[in-house]
Design a protein around this ligand. Structure first.
Ligand code: ADP
Length: 258
């Protein structure tokens, strides 16, 4: 059974000047452990789609199922990673990592151990008692990811999670995040406007059309290298073909879009 199934999702917003149909009819599904990237023209409804999957927005039409169950409100199965790391300066790194568990009232000794294990495994144990401002930008994003994973979500949503970082840090953080997500076998859906990032991270790139968005194409991404990592993918011979294909698809839709 699919871990996530998005079935004919439609979203229309009422505005003072009429109706904006963001999502026309979006359908796709993910199996456990999949990593999908989502690209599409600006304003086509990518963030809207993530909000609907997270259950913070009820779609005008269609439905989302997680493990077969219909999402009908904010879903405890979802972890969300945003552009801002939202780490709280008055808490230590460890206290930040435990925050999600506290808020969900699931801070059991086992979950605390799991969180400490993640800090240890991913090189933040030495900074557990530091304040967020003492960390580099890359380490802050790693801490934010660990906080999200500490609650053991079924699906991780990433919304332009790296776009506030400078280029060098961004490359380092994508290496980090990719490695952690793969190692923890998390199912991840990542929205990005960065075509190379979509290719280097995803098993599949979902290309959305201009508004009203539909899934224009589900492009499987494979590289003939062992021990795949985002940086290595950038220098693979397959990379340029994928880039040109997505670029062309997105360009076509801008030409014919609104
Ligand atoms: P993307 O993430 O792809 O840039 P969004 O999901 O943010 O797109 O928005 C899709 C479209 O819906 C845009 O045209 C945006 O202006 C519109 N939109 C988003 N949220 C609202 C809202 N709360 N009310 C009215 N229109 C909205």
């Amino acid at each position: 059974m699919a871990i996530l199934s998005v079935e004919g999702v439609r979203q229309a917003y009422q505005t003072p000047t009429g109706e904006t149909v963001a999502l026309g009819n979006v359908t796709f599904s993910m199996e456990k452990g999949d990593f999908f990237s989502v690209v599409g023209p600006s304003g086509c409804g990518k963030s809207t789609l993530l909000s609907i999957i997270a259950g913070t927005l009820t779609p005008t039409g269609g439905q989302v199922r997680i493990n077969g169950q219909r999402v009908e409100g904010p879903s405890p199965h979802i972890g969300y990673m945003l552009q801002q790391d939202n780490l709280l300066e008055w808490r230590t790194v460890r206290q930040n990592v435990l925050l999600g568990l506290e808020l969900r009232h699931t801070l059991t000794p086992e979950m605390r151990d799991r969180a400490d294990g993640l800090l240890e495994t991913y090189g933040l144990a030495a900074f557990a008692n530091s304040r967020p401002s003492q960390l580099s930008g890359g380490m802050r994003q790693r801490a934010a990811l660990i906080r999200t994973l500490a609650v053991n979500p079924d699906i991780l949503l990433l919304d332009e999670a790296f776009s506030a970082l400078d280029y060098q840090t961004r490359l380092e953080v994508t290496e980090d995040v990719y490695r952690i997500i793969r190692r923890e076998r998390v199912t991840a859906l990542m929205v990005t406007h960065d075509i190379p990032e979509s290719i280097c991270m995803g098993d599949k790139v979902l290309i959305l059309s201009a508004r009203p968005a539909v899934v224009q194409e589900q492009l499987p991404i494979t590289f003939a290298i062992e021990d795949r990592s985002p940086l290595r993918c950038r220098s693979c011979p397959e990379f340029a073909g994928y880039f040109n294909h997505i670029w062309k698809e997105l360009g076509m839709h801008e030409t014919h879009g609104e």
